[in-house]
Unconditional design. Sequence first.
Length: 108
Amino acid sequence: MANVSIKKADHLLDEKLMKPEARRLYQIEYAKVLLVQKIAEMRKKSNLNQKALAERLGVSQQVISRIETGEKDNLTIDTLTRLARALGHQMKISFHKVTKNEAPLEVS
């Protein structure tokens, strides 16, 4: 699988033409893409392949593949926390005030 980098594409969305609900759905899907890319990036920086990470989590390599390709829609807080810990990271959840058109999710 080739490395694909997603860059901010908000400038491609014309707010005058985009209905608020469509924009909200786009922002959520965009955040999901960034999240699964971040997981894959952390795994690679930890010098782990999918199989090694799967063994740390007690799941199959296919589960890790589905997570990293966005095929696994039900990423729970527990799963994300276990992934972070297995990769030597801590997961933080925070809530901030946003303006009307800001993305509801941010991945860092």
